[in-house]
Design a protein around this ligand. Sequence first.
Ligand SMILES: [Zn+2]
Length: 428
Amino acid sequence: MPADDARAQARRHSTVLKGHGRRGVLPRRPPRQRRASDPTESTGPSLEDGLGEARVFDAMTVDLDRGLPEGMAILVVLPVRSPGGEWGFRMRGHCCCGAQQDFPAYDRPDIALAKLVAKGGKAPSEVLATMRSWSSRRRELTRWLDDRRCAHGDSLELVIWDETGYGIPWELFWLSPQPGSGRRAGWLGGVVTVTRWLSICTDWPVVRDYWSAHECAGPVASYVADDMRHDDRLLEQFSLEPLAGIPALPKALASGGPLGMVYLACHGTFGSDLSTCELDKVKLLLLHPERFDRLMTAATFVFLNACHSGRLIAERGVFADPGQSGFSEVFLRSGAAGVLATSGEIGDEEAHQMADQLLAVLRDRPTTPVAVALRELRAEIAQVTPMDLLGIEGLEEQKQLLPLLYRFMYVYYGSPRTVVALTPRGGP
Ligand SMILES: [Zn+2]
């Protein structure tokens, strides 16, 4: 895109957001104590200051009163501190039909799946029981979610905009329906179409929105690490552009034709700062400042099939910046229309199966949104009921629950309506 076009787009974008800001109902930051170490304190210019070009999609300032498409609801989750200094979170729910709700403050939970499912964590049946138990105590949220299901049925699309960095596994929130309603109980991510969103700070507003039906059409650019070569077979069915490795990403994604998907299968690690998070041994610190301009010209779906690839760092670090950082955020900031990544350590075989099943849906049903496909893939594996959990004994039975947990570790950032139409091998 020529520089002039980019500037014109930047202006358009900021005007749209500012215009909405004036009309209104903002998800205000809940009152709380401010401290220098507060990881969410915003210090830069905000859209409300009229300097909005530098800041796109901020949970604190973006107006939701623009209205959401029919069937879409959003849940904004913000970190707060109690007067005693304890961290917690508050939420505001907003639905297409105008229903808005503020929730009471809850304490910070210690339920990140990366920790619960890791070595030394809980047995799988206990992880599921923990999530069910935690969910049942968030009774206001349980009721709001059930109201949304009542209002919009199966077409409900829920965007969870979580700024806390607490690693709350929202896809495993237990839905308890109103007795006698006929709605079934289940894990949120297997019953409702759920996506994630986050505040994205960027110098140029090329970020795609979280509510449109973006269409990702074209070939696949892929990198598969040597010990994951079994994924090659899955990709053979599509028009392929091989990537030499993670260090080659900036060059390969700097310019070129539209891509339907970027697929990366490799190892990942997570740490407390940009230098200790790695994708195939490349530090997030080195990728973080990159911008992949090729994702700006046409919508692209990004699948980071690596451990911890979707986790976010919410610490202010050496730059004292607000917001969250992560590999998924780098791609969204470049204009990706959706990023599927993981919130923990995934078994190699499960990662392969997930790719196998998702790519089959994308190939056979290109008009099915990615988020709907993910809901189906989770539902398929989440047949176990709370009653079953009580009877689970022994290591072997516990192991059989692992695929369920792994599947719910996949988190999807982007619009619930994004669709992916990949060019078949030898295709146009
Ligand atoms: Zn609604």
